[in-house]
Write a protein that binds this ligand. Structure first.
Ligand SMILES: NC(=O)c1ccc[n+]([C@@H]2O[C@H](COP(=O)([O-])OP(=O)(O)OC[C@H]3O[C@@H](n4cnc5c(N)ncnc54)[C@H](OP(=O)(O)O)[C@@H]3O)[C@@H](O)[C@H]2O)c1
Length: 303
């Protein structure tokens, strides 16, 4: 049997993502029928939130097995390191859909359910779930990675995504760790780069809050440029302009700070150079000269 519809929907794990997704699913008109979590308080909180937007409150189950028994589709929204243990500890039915929301966890984590002829699936919204109300407000328009070997479940999850105003895309098996790791370049690693900039501004006396306030509008305009023009054409800065003289001064400034700081700047600039070259912003000669500068060790490290 193939899950052509979600049927009665259950959630095991009433944390940040579980609470938000359950409310969004209920808001879309799909029936959230049962919920369970490690603590009764979390499950009750999820049920209360759903009851605010749906005609019927979900049943709060003290045992996760009761959620499985009650529902046709079960979202396992526990912490990543608990997914295997939770899925293994439950008795699944043939034809049931069992869906986790982890980015990096392969569907093999649900193999115990698959052995009972249930259908494993992945539904990973590319979104940060913190405070439930804020996460709900930011959900429309987000991308969501959908994976399921069963075609019926895949279509059903794609349809759910559209009902939630998400942008679904399919993830092939075996790609989840790389997919999830690389998504960090658009998320937490941007924060790391901002921290790098803020700390450098501290060296010439600007307080961290002031530096962040000054750099955030630059980050916003960078995002807008990428949205409107794409990566290469939207990129600004010395590498995109082929400005070798200023690049040399940047490297001297980082040499004075330390070798790791110079290395990070040089590595990122080399990646920027490839983008600038591929998009026709600089020519081969400019690229070659900048590359020589970036690959040259600072004078102090020469024997
Ligand atoms: N947060 C995000 O930004 C985000 C984004 C995309 C995907 N995800 C994915 O969403 C999933 C959940 O993450 P989260 O951030 O929502 O985590 P979370 O806030 O820590 O919530 C996890 C929930 O699972 C419950 N739980 C843990 N172990 C359990 C068990 N053995 N049995 C039943 N319930 C259990 C916890 O219970 P109690 O509260 O009852 O103690 C908690 O409510 C993960 O797979 C994560 O990768 C999260």
């Amino acid at each position: 049997m193939s899950p052509a519809t979600l049927g009665r929907i259950g959630f095991i794990g009433a944390g940040r993502l579980g609470q938000t997704l359950a409310v969004a699913v209920a808001q879309s008109g799909a029936p959230v029928a049962a919920v369970g979590s490690r603590s009764a308080a979390s499950a009750q909180s999820l049920a209360h939130r759903v009851s605010q937007v749906a005609a019927m409150a979900p049943v709060v189950c003290t045992r996760a097995q009761a959620v499985v028994d009650e529902c046709d589709t079960v979202f396992i929204t526990v912490n990543d390191d608990q997914i295997v243990a939770v899925a293994q500890g439950l008795a699944w039915r043939a034809g049931q859909a069992v869906v986790h929301c982890s980015g990096a966890t392969e569907l093999g984590a649900l193999m115990h359910a698959q052995a009972a002829c249930a259908h494993p699936g992945g539904f990973h919204p590319l979104h940060t779930f913190g405070d439930v109300d804020t996460a709900l407000a930011g959900l429309p328009g987000c991308a969501v990675a959908v994976e399921a070997a069963d075609e019926g479940l895949r279509d059903t999850l794609m349809n759910l995504a559209r009902r939630l105003h998400l942008q679904p895309f399919e993830l092939p098996p075996g790609s989840r760790a790389l997919y999830h790791a690389s998504a960090h370049y658009a998320g937490s690693l941007v924060v790391t780069l901002m921290d790098e900039a803020v700390r450098h501004w501290g060296r010439f006396g600007v307080a961290p809050e002031q530096a962040l306030a000054a750099l955030l509008p630059l980050l916003r305009s960078t995002v807008r440029a990428m949205e409107s023009r794409g990566l290469g054409p939207g990129m600004a800065g010395v590498v995109a302009r082929g400005d070798r003289g200023i690049l040399a001064r940047h490297l001297q400034a980082f040499d004075a700070v330390g070798a790791p700081e110079r290395q990070l700047y040089a590595d990122l600039s080399l990646r920027s150079m490839r983008l600038a070259l591929d998009s026709g912003r600089i020519n081969e000669e400019q690229a070659r000269m900048m590359q020589a500068l970036l690959l040259n060790p600072p004078p102090s490290t020469l024997a």
